[in-house]
Design a binder for this molecule. Structure first.
Ligand code: TYD
Length: 146
C-alpha cells in the first residue's frame, strides 16, 4: 500500500475539545478518563512532554493513522491544527479539557508556559512509518484525497 492509500483524511472540524469529568473536592480534584477516552478510541499508548524550553515548538507532523487526545496536565500551550485546507489555533489551559486530534491532521504545539506538561493518549503504538514529517508531503497526501 502506498502512503496516499493509507493516509486517513479528516477535517479540523473533527478535532474538538473533550471535557474530562472531574470529581471536585476542596482538597483537590480528580479527572477520570475511564469513559471519555475509551469512547473516542482504544488507548494503545500514553506519553507526556515535560521540561519544555521557553519558545519551543513541538509536533510539526501528521500521522497516517493515529488519533490523539492532547491534555494540558499542567500549565498551558497552543495547538495549531491543519487539515490541508484550513488551520485553527486553540489554547489548552485546563487539565479537565483535552483536544481530540483526529487522524491525518498536521499539528504543531507552541507557546508553552513554564513548567507545562502535555499528556497525550494515542490510538496506536509508536511507529515512525506512521508519521508524515514533511509539510509538502502532507499537502500532497491531503490534496490527492479531496
Ligand atoms: P515526536 O513525535 O516527533 O515529538 P513531538 O511531536 O512531541 O515533537 O517524537 C520525538 C522523538 O521521540 C522521535 O525521535 C520519536 C520518539 N518517540 C518515540 O520513540 N516514541 C513515542 O511514543 C513518541 C511520541 C516519540
Amino acid at each position: 500500500m502506498n502512503s496516499s492509500d493509507r493516509h486517513a483524511i479528516s477535517s479540523i472540524d473533527d478535532c474538538r475539545l473533550i471535557n474530562i469529568p472531574a470529581i471536585r473536592h476542596d482538597n483537590g480534584n480528580i479527572a477520570v478518563m475511564e469513559n471519555v477516552a475509551t469512547a473516542l478510541f482504544e488507548i494503545r499508548r500514553v506519553y507526556y512532554i515535560y521540561d519544555i524550553q521557553s519558545g519551543a515548538e513541538r509536533g510539526g507532523h501528521s500521522h497516517h493513522n493515529t488519533s490523539e487526545l492532547v491534555i494540558p496536565l499542567s500549565g498551558s500551550f497552543d495547538v495549531v491544527f491543519d487539515d490541508g485546507v484550513a488551520t485553527r489555533r486553540i489554547t489548552l489551559n485546563r487539565p479537565d479539557t483535552g483536544l481530540l486530534l483526529s487522524t491525518g491532521i498536521w499539528r504543531t504545539l507552541d507557546n508553552f508556559s513554564t513548567g507545562s506538561i502535555c499528556l497525550v493518549l494515542a490510538s496506536e503504538k509508536y511507529c515512525e512509518d506512521d508519521y508524515v514529517r514533511s509539510y509538502e508531503e502532507f499537502k500532497r497526501l491531503t490534496a490527492v484525497k479531496r
